[in-house]
Design a protein around this ligand. Structure first.
Ligand SMILES: *[C@@H]1O[C@H](CO)[C@@H](O)[C@H](O)[C@H]1NC(C)=O
Ligand SMILES: *[C@@H]1O[C@H](CO)[C@@H](O)[C@H](O)[C@H]1NC(C)=O
Ligand SMILES: CC(=O)N[C@H]1CO[C@H](CO)[C@@H](O)[C@@H]1O
Length: 506
């Protein structure tokens, strides 16, 4: 709380699709603690009545240009980052919200259709780009593709590192932006009253921060642009003169799995004093439908080398396509393989998969002094006498579990790495309300795996199904939420136990 004292002139709300659900569930309470802005800023009000926009042409260009500059320079590089354009409809909706002077995301009925970043400051004058840069600077808490170091606790106010502003800013498919600035008097910022706050609202479309997805695809800039760009590229961004024909590209279908395609933003005339509709309880329940298509398993090509793929624990399970015997890529070693080796080639060589392709687990083994050549299973591997990093491949076992199976019993966390079998959950685990679910996205390891998977939107109660589970080290904080019919528990500073994540198998 100290960090949010007056020495910080800038505060940021956080928003992800999951967090959003939690915020809205409690939004009635949130609203009741927020004083309604009632004073009129004379100058501003007169400007409004003359029909002046809530952002200057100059600020608009500064904000937009900075967005595109930052989007073009992400690290690791993005292969599908789209050029952002200004959208006047989004600007109008941002204006509408900026006039409400409410330090929260909104209006609630639009939050499924747009992404939103907020910034506010008081005291010293700052250009609006100050906030945009601050959003970007959250990158220091973020490690692509997963926000491992960035898991703020955000039911009401966020504490701990936040990076959802960053991920929205660099969300590849969010190619339209519209912002507005308003001066708010006596603005209630998490219980503190700011006499005069400058409030920046930026709306994005299509919305980013989809639950369980990386903000962009990693790769050579512009190498994975949607077809609608016709191959155009500018400053590392997918670009097309005169804008792009926005029909849903195949990528979008995959990304926007959680909720229907965003509809065009439509809003009423800005009405500075208008009450935003209170979300009804039914609204909230609907919003808590979460689907996660995030996979632990990475699909690779026959010739993909392990070293070309991302690092980290989520990068240990792979799927090879059929037919790799024809083009297995280079394979160095026997039993253990040089990191330069193709993953599928090594898997064929060691007999973990055959020419039909399939799943495999990779374990990194550190440096080895030499690698032996051999001919096995139709693959000739090479030898090497220089020291290099190495890995081995193993098959992926599948185990059926019960609704009450926990990670603590089934596959507890171990360092440095542990592969858990792929799991199969039965149907109807929703019904088994005796078993606990603790956390959101990260679950305490005494939670039921299958119920956590329903909560996370990885499997459905009606069908059950396959999932991957990844044990991870313990977390100090698990935040409860209501999702997909399951209310999970919160837990602070647990004295024992580790955590886990669940992933879809598609
Ligand atoms: C590696 O070194 C060993 C002896 O140190 C030698 O017998 C072998 O031929 C070398 N292999 C290659 C591929 O150079
Ligand atoms: C959960 O799935 C079972 C089995 O398909 C079904 O009978 C039950 O009605 C479902 N429960 C809910 C709340 O959807
Ligand atoms: C889903 C959620 O976060 N609900 C919380 C709403 O607020 C009360 C306290 O005011 C909590 O107990 C709930 O967990």
């Amino acid at each position: 709380d100290k960090r949010h004292s007056s020495s910080f002139t800038s505060l940021f709300l956080c928003l992800t699709q999951t967090v959003l659900a939690m915020v809205l569930t409690n939004s009635t309470k949130l609203e009741s603690i927020l004083d309604k802005y009632s004073d009129k800023d004379e100058e501003w009000w007169r400007a409004r009545s003359r029909g002046k926009r809530a952002i200057s042409e100059g600020d608009m260009h500064l904000i937009l240009d900075l967005h595109n500059k930052l989007r073009g320079q992400v690290h690791p590089p993005a292969s599908n980052m789209e050029y952002m354009v200004w959208d006047y409809e989004l600007e109008r909706s941002a204006e509408h919200w900026a006039y409400s002077c409410r330090w929260e995301h909104g209006p609630s009925h639009m939050l499924t259709q747009i992404g939103q970043n907020l910034g506010a400051h008081w005291g010293r004058d700052r250009p609006p780009t100050y906030h945009v840069q601050a959003w970007y600077d959250e990158v220091r808490y973020y490690s692509y593709p997963y926000s491992q170091e960035c898991n703020p606790h955000c039911p009401f106010r966020c504490s701990g590192p936040v990076c959802t502003h960053y991920t929205q800013l660099v969300w590849a498919t969010s190619n339209r932006i519209g912002c507005a600035i308003n001066v708010c008097y006596n603005m209630n910022v998490w219980g503190m009253i700011w006499a005069k706050a400058v409030y920046l609202v930026c709306n994005y479309s299509p919305p980013g921060n989809w639950w369980g997805h990386a903000p962009y695809k990693y790769g050579a800039p512009c190498s994975a642009c949607p077809a609608s760009y016709g191959g155009g590229c500018r400053d590392n961004l997918c670009y097309k003169d005169g804008g792009v024909d926005r029909r849903p590209a195949p990528e979008l279908e995959e990304t926007n799995y959680i909720e229907p395609e965003p509809e065009p933003v439509r809003d009423r005339e800005p009405q500075p004093r208008a009450q935003t509709p209170n979300p009804s309880p039914n609204d909230n329940l609907e919003r808590n439908q979460v689907v996660s298509t995030e996979q632990m398993c990475q699909q690779v090509d026959c010739e993909t080398k392990l070293r070309d793929r991302c690092k980290g624990t989520t990068c240990n399970r792979y799927e090879c396509p059929p037919g790799c015997l024809d083009s297995p890529g280079k394979v160095v070693g026997t039993g253990y393989y040089d990191m330069q080796s193709s993953v599928c080639g090594a898997a064929l060589h060691s007999g973990v998969i055959d020419n039909d392709g399939g799943w495999l687990d990779v374990t990194r083994l550190g440096r080895k002094q030499q690698f032996t050549k051999s001919y096995k299973n139709g693959i000739q591997s090479l030898g090497k006498n220089r020291s290099a990093n190495s890995y081995k491949v193993e098959s992926v076992p599948v185990k059926a579990v019960r609704c009450d199976t926990t990670v603590a019993l089934f596959c507890p966390f171990k360092k440095p790495v542990r592969h858990c079998p792929r799991l199969y959950c039965p149907r109807n685990c929703l019904h088994d309300s005796q078993t606990r679910v603790i956390g959101t996205k990260y679950y305490a390891d005494k939670s039921s795996i299958c119920r956590a998977a329903i909560h996370a939107g990885v499997i459905q109660n009606e069908s059950g199904g396959y999932l991957d589970v990844m044990p991870v080290d313990k977390r100090n904080q698990y935040s409860g939420s209501y999702q997909n019919g399951i209310t999970s528990e919160s837990l602070l500073n647990p004295t024992s136990g580790k955590a886990f994540r669940v992933f879809a198998v598609i």
